[in-house]
Design a protein around this ligand. Structure first.
Ligand SMILES: Nc1ncnc2c1ncn2[C@@H]1O[C@H](COP(=O)(O)OP(=O)(O)O)[C@@H](O)[C@H]1O
Ligand SMILES: O=P(O)(O)OC[C@H](O)CO
Length: 502
């Protein structure tokens, strides 16, 4: 009998990758391609959903070809995705209405006050687990409908379909205009600001208040459970799981049980703590979200500290400032100096997310003197990620009522040893990285494999987890306290700048 595999499709903010995993949880192939980032105006970030679908059609067969695997050896496919990014498309032609609006986009800023007038933000937060912010999909959808009355009319008439990237890809994978399945899973739906956290269905009060026609919305399904069968580019494979990428990495780190956490450092950074079947409402600026749901079982929830900009700031140093030629160079540059030289950077490019939720904040670089070199700025760039992680961990500990003892990490930035050490120092706790750093795809594969019985239980998956690196805190407490005080002051100055005259 030929060997079988599970495929994972990871549609991220910067790229789309397809990976194959074997029964031991080992990655046997990977095919990856970047898509274009469109910045048509300040604060606007868009993706071309058609380009993303054409990339999916290339990377899936490529991953199989590279491993010499036939389609009938793939027992299941898991789809994972950048979350709040969303679009509308025509159900008869399959053509998107404009570009997808990306989670980092802030164009809906002025709409937020209007939404706050339609529904009390505290009520909104209780229902959805989310603070009123540009980040989530609801305001983006409202913006698309407001932009063009013809779009609003077509949506109300049922001619358009709405979706996050899991929905768009699944609809296309399962046949598109010829019977594509229009679904999203609970983890992605929990990022739209339209799903009720307790009923796990679209919230009628919110749809009414935001004037969203229910007919455009996908059906909400469980995370783990076959929802459709692929038609192309890989025919006849059960789609066993849909799962938001941060929830997928929680699953890939095998943080299945309440009390287990992880932090992923990619374009942004996302710290998630599994809270079990209880949807814990944060009182410290965190988001309540669905971690996963097995079909027929209660949902498992998580508390999340979302940081908008982490590795994306490193890319900005490369692309906009020309400070470095590759992300890895930021470490070399930062190591050229002993410390930050008094320089602090608050990367509030999309406002400040957790735990501050300041939609008006903009980025800030403070402490500049003639002494400061680009090495100090590189340090400040890395420290910004470390301090933001510190702040969300503080909030997490306060909400959970217990202090975490260590932090499991993954994502592209974890190859930066200086950053990992700085995080251990600032959080004053050990940081551990697993051998398999592609935890997002791994989590989607685990979820899809469990759905079709490829793996019989989760314990087998836990046994695959292997530690690859560990960083232990080595910073004197008085230095940490001094640096923290400076960082807090920089945050305060950022928030003061938010109140600048219009
Ligand atoms: N050595 C490094 N030091 C700092 N940042 C890095 C390093 N390597 C990669 N990155 C950052 O990590 C991000 C890519 O990680 P990845 O997990 O692939 O992100 P995403 O899933 O958001 O596309 C990029 O933003 C890049 O700038
Ligand atoms: O694609 P990533 O890894 O940048 O993740 C983006 C998040 O899902 C945004 O909420």
């Amino acid at each position: 009998m030929s060997r079988t595999y599970v495929a994972a499709l990871d549609q991220g903010t910067t790229s789309t990758r397809c990976m194959l995993f074997d029964r031991q949880g080992r990655m046997v192939s990977i095919a990856q391609r970047e898509h274009h980032q469109h910045y048509p105006r300040p604060g606007w970030v868009e993706h071309d959903a058609g380009e993303i679908w054409s990339i999916v059609r290339r990377v899936v067969p490529q991953a199989l070809d590279d491993a010499g695997v036939d389609a009938d050896q793939v027992v299941a496919l898991g789809v994972t995705n950048q979350r709040e990014t969303c679009l509308l498309w025509n159900r008869r032609t399959g053509v998107p209405v404009g570009r997808a609006i990306v989670w980092q986009d802030t164009r809906t800023h002025d709409l937020l006050a209007d939404i706050a007038g339609r529904i009390d933000p505290a009520n909104l937060q209780h229902r959805t687990g989310l603070p009123l912010a540009n980040y989530f999909s609801a305001a983006k959808l409202r913006w698309m409908l407001d932009r063009d009355p013809a779009v609003a009319a077509a949506a109300a008439a049922g001619d358009l379909l709405f979706g996050t990237m899991d929905t768009w890809i699944t609809w296309n994978l399962s046949g598109g205009v010829d019977g594509g399945v229009h679904v999203t899973d609970v983890t992605n739906a929990s990022r739209t600001m339209l799903m009720n956290l307790d009923t796990l269905d679209w919230d009628e009060q919110l749809l009414g208040a935001l004037d969203i026609p229910r007919v455009v919305l996908p059906r909400i399904v469980s995370t783990i459970g076959t929802v459709a069968t692929t038609v192309e580019p890989l025919p006849g494979v059960p789609i066993g799981a849909l799962i938001g990428d941060q929830q997928a990495s929680l699953f890939g780190q095998t943080a299945f049980d309440a009390g287990e956490a992880k932090c992923t450092f990619g374009t942004g950074s996302f710290l998630l703590l599994n809270t079990g079947t209880e949807a814990v409402r944060s009182t410290h600026g965190l988001v309540t979200t669905v971690a996963h749901k097995v079909d027929g079982e209660p949902a498992v929830y998580a508390l999340e500290g979302s940081i908008a900009l982490a590795g994306g700031l490193v890319q900005w140093c490369r692309d906009n400032l020309g400070l470095i030629r590759s992300p890895a160079e930021i470490e070399t540059l930062a190591r050229s100096v002993a410390d930050n030289g008094g320089c602090y950077l608050v990367p509030a490019f999309s406002g400040l997310f957790a735990p501050y939720w300041d939609n008006d904040a903009q980025g800030l670089l403070v402490g500049l003197t003639s002494f400061v070199t680009k090495g100090h700025i590189a340090r400040a760039v890395l420290e910004a990620t470390a301090w933001q992680t510190h702040d969300v961990m503080d909030a997490m500990n306060a909400d959970a009522g217990v202090a975490a003892r260590s932090l499991a990490v993954d994502g592209g930035m974890t190859s930066n040893n200086l950053l990992m050490q700085t995080i251990a120092d600032y959080l004053d706790m050990p940081v551990v990285r697993p051998m398999m750093a592609e935890t997002v795809a791994l989590g989607a594969a685990y979820a899809a494999g469990l759905a079709v019985g490829y793996w019989s239980d989760r314990q087998a998956l836990r046994d695959f987890w292997r530690k690859a690196g560990e960083w232990v805190p080595a910073m004197p407490a008085d230095r940490r306290a001094r640096e923290l005080a400076h960082w807090r002051h920089a945050i305060a100055v950022t928030r003061l700048w938010s109140q600048r005259p219009g």
